[in-house]
Design a protein around this ligand. Sequence first.
Ligand SMILES: Nc1ncnc2c1ncn2[C@@H]1O[C@H](COP(=O)(O)OP(=O)(O)OP(=O)(O)O)[C@@H](O)[C@H]1O
Ligand SMILES: [Mg+2]
Length: 644
Amino acid sequence: MVDQPMLAQLHFGREDAERDVTEGLLLCGGFLSNAAYRGALSGRKMLIIGRKGSGKSAICMQLMSDGEGGHRGGKVLVTPDEAAGEEIRRFELQGLPGDSAKALIWRYVFAVHAARHLVDHAKGAHDGGHKTDSVKALGRFLKQNGEAPGGGGRLVERLAQGARGLQTSLALEAFGVKASVDLAQSPSEGARAARQLEIVEQGVARAFEDLGCDGVVHPPLLLMVDQLEQVWSVEPDSNSMVIGLLLAAKHAASLYGRSVRFLLFLRADIYDSLSFGEGDKFHGDELRIAWTEQALKDLALARARASAGEELTEERLWKELFPQTVGGEEITSHVFGRCLPRPRDAIQFLNLCQEKAWLDHERDRITEADVAQAGRQFSEWKLKDLTSEYLVAHPFLRNLFPLFQNTGYVVTRAALTRRFEAAAETLHHDFPAYANALTLPGIIDVLHGAGFLGVRRGNDVVYAGDDGLPVQPHETEFQVHPCFRAALGATTAFDLRRYEPQFADARIASGNYSPGASGSSSLNRDDRLLIQVARSCHSILAQVGRAVALTRDVRDEITLQVSRVLGEANRIPPGAAASAGVDVDDYLLTTAQYFTGLAAELRDCGLEESTGVGDVARRMEEEARRLRRSAGGSYGSSGDSSGY
Ligand SMILES: Nc1ncnc2c1ncn2[C@@H]1O[C@H](COP(=O)(O)OP(=O)(O)OP(=O)(O)O)[C@@H](O)[C@H]1O
Ligand SMILES: [Mg+2]
């Protein structure tokens, strides 16, 4: 172990917070305080909303921990499993709408958890507190309703019992209420349940008050709910279940005041798909988890050091263990630019790099090739994960990927319109229930919201979460996020026809030719024509250079293709065309044809005229005409006068 290289020790932790606590790094220096954590800790925010893998559970785990950074008061974490979710979804009360009924069962869950905490807490923190009448009453209530602390029982079983109690009658004698008598006049099942619940809640609130747990003497009880996605599905009852939870938490927070603090961790796709009348009242409670590239970099370093030792410096991590650059791009931009901004992605990608180098090849440093290989596999994972992340909210997402497969990653609205129109019928047929979302603006919104498509704004490409503004109707240029490009086979900016060299390179490069009779001092016609090709290329390249409003990746792609033409023309030494087997007239005509084709592609792609793409296309057509004229006519007759 001792003489193993540092790369062997390097590990960025587990990809989910639950396992990262037990077998990973989360609580051993791997946690990074962020705005969401501070918001949660301060008690100002109740709803922590984040994409899958953005670190909801991590905050939850950190707060639950007893060490530094943990919540110092009592804490309870509720994570409903499928069975418990089923119980809540099925819970109905005659006389109450779905959301309100679900809110009641959640309020019951909260009240019971608080009561169990209080009974325990009174014994420990408040000397003799357990002898307080209101606490004793809670103890009796819990016992009579099968909820005694320490009594165990899975959440689902206790829920089932509570649900039945609310629907019929709870044992409320502990609070001095004879259910059968006092509640007999309730007009409906719903009204009776609400009345019973109020009695329980008042019992809990009174105990908090009697003990003096007002959040000042000691920190409040922290009640957290995480992993709701486990019980989330398309059924409308799922919606009610979450809305009920929000309503219940809001109600309970005001009821228990400073004694209890609520934190609900919600996945963004779930939260954003809810619509309910009271929704506007929650905006102030919302806190969305956001990650910047710098924060992810800090996270990576913290984790690298937690695994490989404190002596690992940032410099050493990114310059020695990782290759400094990949394909000319700085390593951290390369890696984090290819992740959606969330820790799970970063952890997975970085671990993959380490595995490729150390597990697969037993190297002691990661090479460029390892990163590239890891990147391809990572891209495939992420495309699949995106599908499953949105399976409930947008089940058609996977069927949209072919619109972006094997083409350039820069996509204009015009191109997308054509592709979408071709696919629309099948999509509507396969997903009849989603016809409303399956329109061009609809899918652009979904793809942008999921982080799959970025939109060009000024000179930037903006992805979801960067500034929160949805795609506007006048915006016309999009880019597939780098994360998904490899998996889609969309690794070049623009789907331009590649220039195929016309001569066997080997022949020219090998020098297998003899200089023409005219020698190199006086240029023959072939040479002049070849110079003409080079000039045309330069002229086009200059025009591309002036099109500063054109997306850089697109400019680079045009430049690349035209440079290939230029490179080939330059490779034919003066006087050698004929002996190298080059028919220069043919060569010019083919090149002209290539430029005409390229111009047509550029015109067709739907990029805005204001980007300068039209000028580039026109220049190409002009140069193509000039080359044709030169090839057809005698040298010097035309086309050479306008210059550049
Ligand atoms: N602030 C942080 N500091 C350090 N590591 C973090 C932080 N936030 C998240 N992580 C790590 O990122 C990974 C993903 O986080 P987590 O499991 O909390 O995501 P999640 O939002 O709960 O995702 P899901 O919706 O899938 O449950 C975990 O390994 C977690 O330890
Ligand atoms: Mg989680």
